[in-house]
Design a binder for this molecule. Sequence first.
Ligand SMILES: [Zn+2]
Length: 440
Amino acid sequence: MKSNLPRQARPRKFQNVIGQDLAVKLLHNGLKRNLLGNVCLLHGPAGVGKTTLARLIAQWICCEKHVDDEPCGECKGCVDCMNGTHPDVFELDGASNTSVDSIRTLLDGSIYKPVVANKRVYIIDEVHMLSRSAISALLKTLEEPNDYIQFVLATTDLDKIPKTIISRCFRISLDSINKDSMQSHMTNLADQYGINISASAIKIITLSSYGSMRQAIAVLEQAALLFDNKVNDKDLQKMLGLTSDDNLQNIIKCIKENNQLSLKQLIKQIISEGSDALNIIRQILFELRQLGNVSEKDIALGYMLAQSSVELHQSPYPEEILDLHLAKAAMIYAISPDSMRDTQMHTVSSNAYSKSIDIQVNAMPNELKMNKDVNVDNKNVELNNTKSDSSADAKSDKGKDNIGNKDNIENKGSNDKNSNDKDSADVSLRKLAYDMFNKN
Ligand SMILES: [Zn+2]
């Protein structure tokens, strides 16, 4: 394998950029018709091709003989661009050069005409990281740029760019790379660089990269180096802190059977084998998304896990949080269908569910809200029958949901004649929650 795979694999032509068809077409047409303006702003998630496109713009401008509407890749202009030595191309990383002095130094020569190309090209990466005074200095140049200046700005955080800058830019939005495009590109790269890797291992790389091509290529290179160009699923899962498919299926089985003891033992074993707590949640969520028929309980499980992944990410004790959340998730499968139906959960379609697990959702059944809002000392017990019809109602109930002592719960449960199944499910769940909080 050649060294530095991400650099070697960087596309040298617009047609070779993966997974950004609309952005590339817009950019390419803008360049061909000279309609790009003096300032172009590329924005999108990390590792999806912003720097690649910025450098392709520079190469297009510096190329001495275009071939098939692409930079030829062979002339001196192209070669100098690819080597980073072209006298008319200037690049600044805004993340590590945030000061006004860096911008002033970069723009010092902008009053002069280009040396060999038609334009001087200024590429500023992570432009949102520049200091306020650096942005002001940049804005001054952007307000009245010379015709022979081309700015290409790139950012992962558009919201942090002042509107005064954005309004002067030709904006191009880049998306995360879709799984199919990424898998096909990874397969081609593996063939090209002599890496022996299975289709399922490529799938694992794709899923663990969350739409970032740079991340996927870096993982492929790392695995090839670590395992001597022979990458199998097991080694790769270990390297990435993922658990095996068998373990994953067993976790889901334990959750669905509400088998708390086996679940706890399994998680302990998986963590001791080196798997990462957050990755386990993400793997379960991914498995849930693959289900054809999603039950109401699967939806509730998805909500819970999506919420817990946010908490895990921020916690200094991810393994303990994982333990607790999976135990809570398993309790969902102990609730009667009637109890589930009385929440707003049943109105969520499978399609909405698939999308919903990417975001944090507050609409939980009240019986599952037992984190910070639980007050076990409160003697004035009131069982909440969770009849809220909207997420707004569910939110307004947050903080009022109290779990009382066992006797009070049983009394209340037996006195209510209209909701036998539901209340018994509520009571058993609340007993479990009460025991769990008392133990901890
Ligand atoms: Zn060329």
